[in-house]
Ligand binder design. Structure first.
Ligand code: OSB
Ligand code: MG
Length: 379
């Protein structure tokens, strides 16, 4: 039973240690929206909204998500008794289209509140079974192939179990070739963030020579049919990210043969209930999944790590330790990775298992609003 009385909505700014460039843009400083959901019992849960600064990954942005949370989504849960967090997805979904990242922030916060009220870890509440999860790194587009090799070598030495390199037309085949020849047999993959068209199939086919474990989202987000055609022409497995916005898209992907692997980001699909449903569907069909990232702070990372402890997350996730992104994170202890490239799941702690550094958050906050439920619900 959860009963959210108040939501503290904050925006913080957090500068990345190194700029992160993908095919559609570059990010140097994250604008991160945080939610603190305070239950009537006094317990509070936290979540992070992964909407970006610009609408280049999805249509949502920091501004649209703030508006959606404040205007339509928070009022659906505030001041209302809800039997369990698995119901929140439908409560938020009814007659509100899109805004998955905004919905996810509210929904995932409710799961965190529920875990704290039940005095269990978020991992175990979600159905997680692992105590450690394998970790990969996502390396942004570098100035030239040599710079990529240098960065990727460092990542391999750090222990990462999967190296993902961002690509775009003009920074693809030469970069991947250089990475493969410098790194030997490591698990290597490329992520195009929708930078190609089906007409580029022959060009992309050159990547088949480098034994990539997968190529992520080569074509447009709505291009399930074209991805199926591309997959028929490539030996390299396709993995979908942007395209899988809900369970039905994943069903379509499987039916059409659009991809063989799925990157699950709970923010992209509207929260944990949808992420779990996609995980279960993929498990049933023998489709491996892994947990993607959106350059989250330690709070969003905590949610991802709990999710990645579910059994079908069989490939390393984009779950790098705090120090890969930030000079200083907003949780204690910070997220770390051991020399084998594993992150420990705090499965023995209540909630997501790290403490929120309130002083640090206060220092970084640029905007703050308190959302209250209406005292009486007007019909
Ligand atoms: O496509 O997976 C992506 C970051 C921002 C937007 C899209 C993507 C990414 C990443 C970052 O790859 C992965 C991470 O958080 O380390
Ligand atoms: Mg991606």
């Amino acid at each position: 039973m959860i009963h959210i009385g108040r939501i503290e909505l904050r925006e913080i700014r957090l500068r990345l240690k190194e700029p992160f460039r993908i095919s559609s843009g570059v990010c140097e400083e994250r604008r991160i929206t945080l939610l603190e959901l305070v239950d009537a019992s006094g317990a509070s849960g936290w979540s992070e909204c992964v909407a970006g600064e610009l609408p280049n990954y999805s249509a949502e942005t920091v501004e649209t998500a703030w508006h959606a949370i404040k205007t339509w989504l928070a009022p659906r849960v505030l001041g209302r008794t809800i039997a369990g967090p698995e119901l929140v997805c439908d409560i938020l979904g009814r007659d509100i289209c899109g805004h998955n990242m905004a919905k996810a922030a509210v929904e995932m916060g409710c799961w965190d509140v529920a875990a704290r009220l039940m005095r269990v870890s978020l991992s175990r509440l979600l159905g997680g079974t692992r105590d450690r999860v394998p970790t990969g790194i996502s390396i942004g587009i570098q100035s030239d192939p040599d710079a990529l090799v240098e960065r990727a070598r460092r990542a391999v030495a750090d222990g990462y179990r999967k190296i993902k390199v961002k690509i775009r037309p003009g920074a693809d085949v030469d970069y991947v070739r250089a990475a493969r020849s410098a790194l030997g047999g490591v698990d290597l993959m490329a992520d195009a963030n929708s930078a190609y068209r089906l007409a580029d199939a022959d060009h992309l086919k050159q990547l088949d020579a480098f034994d990539l474990i997968m190529i992520e989202q080569p074509l447009g987000r709505d291009d399930l049919i074209r991805h199926a055609e591309l997959q028929r022409r490539l030996r390299t497995p396709i993995c979908l990210d942007e395209s899988i916005t809900d369970l039905e898209k994943c069903e379509d992907m499987i039916a059409l043969g659009s991809a063989r692997i799925v990157n699950i980001k709970p923010g992209r699909v509207g929260g944990f209930a949808a992420a779990k449903a996609i995980h279960d569907l993929c498990q049933q069909y023998g489709v491996p999944v892994w947990c993607g990232g959106m350059l989250e702070s330690g709070i969003g990372r905590a949610h991802n790590i709990a999710l990645a402890s579910l059994p079908n997350f069989s490939l390393p996730g984009d779950l790098s330790p705090s120090a890969r992104y930030w000079e200083r994170d907003i949780v204690t202890p910070e997220w770390t990775m051991d020399a084998e490239g594993m992150v420990t799941v705090p499965a023995g702690r209540i909630g997501f298992g790290v403490d929120v550094d309130m002083d640090r958050i206060d220092d970084l906050t640029v905007r703050h609003e308190t959302l209250h439920g209406r005292a009486t619900v007007v019909a």
